[in-house]
Design a binder for this molecule. Structure first.
Ligand code: 1GP
Length: 230
């Protein structure tokens, strides 16, 4: 299923982290809507290709979230491209995108590309440090970014990113109020089914990353939100 509008749950795998074949099989066969391959720093093409080949053994959609130019490669079902709305540095909003499109724009199948309006809210996460994201935001600030994604840029995805920290449902609820067409992705610190249910009650899609490497069995159970009614 490559239509993100139908998604409820995704696992995000870091190409720089080890995962056994046995665990990878459980992730890919879990019933999740997609496996996203993505990471913040030092993501090499070699690691991306290696993980892609392993995920490709299964039927689950295999998606690349692009965080640097080096990791771009054909072979994925879908490409997610973040634009960091709360960055003071144009590089993370449009700069790298310009470089990438200049180099690869002619070869891309644009039907396989979706832009995510990112808003990073955990000041301690690697992505916030790397990009200098302005995380000191009120709920109304964040809501305004969501409105920009929805009404001005018509982005298919608004991504509330708390990577490494559980943000809870309140901010998601505030943001969800202004989203009609843009899908709300929530990612960050989901460790168990209870937290997954709490944010999945608001967000369209929840993304589970670190927990795969820290509490595997609990992470796996988060897929159960797919059978709960919102
Ligand atoms: C990271 O939003 C994802 O980009 C998931 O966050 O790793 O904290 O689950 P965690």
């Amino acid at each position: 299923m490559y239509d993100v509008r139908e998604w409820r749950h995704a696992f995000k795998l870091d190409p720089n982290k080890e995962i056994s074949d046995e665990k990878l099989e459980k992730i890919c066969e879990s019933g999740t809507d997609a496996v996203i391959i993505g990471g913040t720093d030092d993501v090499s093409l070699e690691n991306v290709l290696n993980l892609m080949a392993r995920v490709r053994r299964y039927a689950v959609p295999c998606v690349l979230e692009i965080s640097n130019l080096e990791m771009i490669t054909p072979g994925f079902d879908l490409y997610l491209i973040p634009t960091l709305l709360n960055s003071p540095d144009a590089k993370w909003i449009i700069g790298l995108h310009h470089e990438a499109v200049k180099e690869y724009g002619g070869f891309l199948n644009w039907d396989e590309v979706l832009v995510e309006g990112y808003c990073i809210l955990n000041e301690d996460c690697k992505a916030a440090k790397m990009t200098g994201a302005n995380t000191a935001l009120t709920p109304d600030d964040v809501q305004a970014y969501a409105m920009i994604a929805e009404e001005m840029f018509h982005l298919p995805i608004f991504y509330l990113e708390y990577s490494g920290k559980y943000g809870g449902p309140e901010m998601a609820a505030h943001v969800k109020n202004v989203l009609k067409n843009s899908k709300l992705f929530y990612g960050g610190g989901i460790q168990n089914l209870e937290q997954a249910k709490e944010v999945a009650a608001i967000a369209d899609v929840i993304v589970v990353g670190n927990a795969i490497y820290e509490h595997f069995e609990e992470a796996l159970k988060t897929v159960k939100i797919k059978s709960s009614v919102r």
